[in-house]
Design a protein around this ligand. Structure first.
Ligand SMILES: NC(=O)c1ccc[n+]([C@@H]2O[C@H](COP(=O)([O-])OP(=O)(O)OC[C@H]3O[C@@H](n4cnc5c(N)ncnc54)[C@H](OP(=O)(O)O)[C@@H]3O)[C@@H](O)[C@H]2O)c1
Length: 319
């Protein structure tokens, strides 16, 4: 019986591998729009797709990022300045794309641009902190998608949204998880609404990878800045030990979890764009697959206990 089940599993895995290995033809005729190409996953993806022969339109936040990408790519790639939180900038790039793609339409849009700071305990943050990050991580995803959706329809193409495993579970405060839960919800409704038009929607949900978003220095500086601006009464609630333990925790946890192989994420993005049968969700990273995702399916009383036990306690804690 056990061998029989093992055989069935092997057969199913072989079938899945065969089905997922097929790629769409004629990359040279397919346009792919990627946001946030200055650094990290976006930069690597733009170069990787360019090498594969796709026609990449790369949105870069800075002139420096734009120049660096142009230098590293073929003349097929078009780089454009893009601030996803500014609707005028989003519209200008959409107009450029319209003229580039013509009747063929846009094969894929990859909403990759994102920020992770400020992050900290919820009561350390202001509504402006929330608005700023939501404008990039969620508003930007929605605005960019809507700006080119008609062109994606024309190509019966794809929308690939870079969420995070923290769009499935929320172990720390601040707007990051809120924004990524929003990206998941937007992707789910978009997938249902666009299915009749032949558009496929995929979510990439990486664990911890080594990019600016997870830079220990940047994260620790952000914690210190948030602490410095707290009113004295709140500092007393938390106590200096809380600050020290939090800073130490960033070092220890990031060292444990961070994966340096960014290609694990880029390969998932590439599969979502180029496979004939893309998946709906990709969870690159061992921590995502074997820790965060299983945890996200557990009852809240268990996950709460795990997180509370493993995070520093404020001085005024009653727990
Ligand atoms: N690294 C991880 O562990 C991890 C895990 C899960 C999900 N993610 C997600 O993966 C995506 C890519 O992040 P990454 O890890 O590759 O970090 P990254 O290197 O910081 O990439 C983010 C990119 O977005 C750009 N950007 C920032 N604000 C923008 C704006 N308003 N308009 C347009 N572009 C903007 C950044 O430009 P500048 O470099 O010029 O600021 C940068 O090129 C993000 O959505 C992030 O949330 C990352």
């Amino acid at each position: 019986m056990f061998l029989y089940l093992l055989g069935l599993l092997a057969l199913w895995l072989a079938y899945r591998w065969y089905k997922e290995a097929k790629r769409v033809p004629n990359e040279q005729e397919r346009y792919v729009y990627v946001t946030g190409c200055d650094s990290g996953f976006g930069h690597l993806l733009a170069r990787h797709l360019d090498e594969l022969g796709f026609r990449v339109i790369a949105g870069c936040y800075t002139e420096k990022g734009e120049d660096a990408l142009r230098e590293a790519s073929s003349t097929r790639l078009t780089a454009a300045r893009l601030d996803v939180s500014d609707s005028e900038s989003v519209r200008q790039v959409a107009d450029l794309i319209k003229t580039l793609v013509g009747e063929k339409g846009l094969w894929a849009v990859v909403n990759n641009a994102g920020v992770s700071l400020p992050s900290g305990p919820t009561d350390w943050l202001t509504i402006e902190d929330y608005k700023g990050m939501l404008a990039v991580n969620l508003g930007g995803v929605i605005d960019v998608t809507l700006s080119v959706l008609q062109l994606v329809k024309r190509a019966r193409g794809r929308v690939v949204n870079v969420s995070s495993v923290f769009g499935r579970i929320s172990p720390f405060g601040g707007p990051y998880c809120v924004s990524k839960y929003g990206v998941e919800a937007f992707s789910d409704s978009l997938r249902l609404n666009m299915a009749p038009f032949g558009i496929k929607v995929a979510c990439i949900e990486p664990g911890f990878f080594s990019t600016n978003v997870t830079s220990t220095d940047l994260v620790q500086n952000n914690v210190k800045q948030l602490w410095d601006r707290l009113p004295q009464e709140m500092k007393e609630d938390y106590g200096q030990d809380f600050l020290a333990e939090t800073l130490q925790g960033v070092d220890a946890r990031f060292e444990q979890l961070i994966d340096k192989d960014l290609m694990k994420v880029v390969s998932c993005m590439e599969h979502a764009i180029a496979a004939v049968h893309p998946r709906t969700r990709y969870s690159p990273g061992w921590d995502a697959k074997f820790f965060w995702l299983p945890l996200s399916y557990m009852p809240t009383c268990i996950t709460d206990r795990i997180f509370i036990r493993n995070t520093p306690k404020p001085k005024a804690s009653v727990l």
